[in-house]
Design a binder for this molecule. Sequence first.
Ligand code: SF4
Length: 237
Amino acid sequence: MNLDIADIKHLLAYYQALGFDDLPIALCTKRNTAQEPDAHMDAVDKSSLLEDLRAEIGDCQRCKLAKHRSNIVFGAGSPSARLIFIGEAPGKEEDLQGLPFVGDAGTLLTRLILKMGMKREDVYIANIIKCRPPMNRDPEEDEIATCRKFIERQIQIIRPQIIMTLGRIALQALMDMPNLRITSARGHFYDYHGIPLMPTFHPAYLLRNPKDKVLTWADAQKVMAKIAHTSTGGTAS
Ligand code: SF4
């Protein structure tokens, strides 16, 4: 392994940006000094990085939701996903199974993904908050502030082409803009640290208001067009 000082400084800055306090040894042993940073990142096993993050979360007691949950719902899907869906928090079924978007809302999301020409395994699905709030109440400010760093790290690791937020709370929390309204924000791309972010309705809302499914489909079509544009060499934003 031939690392010069510049390489080491670069690696340290890189993993610090990903949120690591320590440099994972396994990643050092395969450094190819000829690789550019992006190529090196692609060589890194994103799945391992996500596993490391899950291990770091552990049996998290960092906020008051810990005492109400059955399972932490970390997230699921492809570590190399081009598209991430982000909701607000697990519901009853998610809490029981430890998986995001199961139950009726999850079925509706799966149908949307299929309609977009993908499978659930092709995308990544997670929430802003990893533990179920009691009685499915909205997550509170302190809970979001404590838990948000984990979804931010997941996004940093996966580096998707596009993010779709589902519902008002995910949008406001991720953009850190508490005054955004989902009805006016949906359908318009926002910029999340250089990644286009499309807000749309939460599937649970669409189950109660099926007439608005057409609006979410319009949002999804814009996302598909953006992915196609990026895949053919256009810029993401
Ligand atoms: S919601 Fe997040 S911060 Fe709170 S206990 Fe669960 S994993 Fe930890």
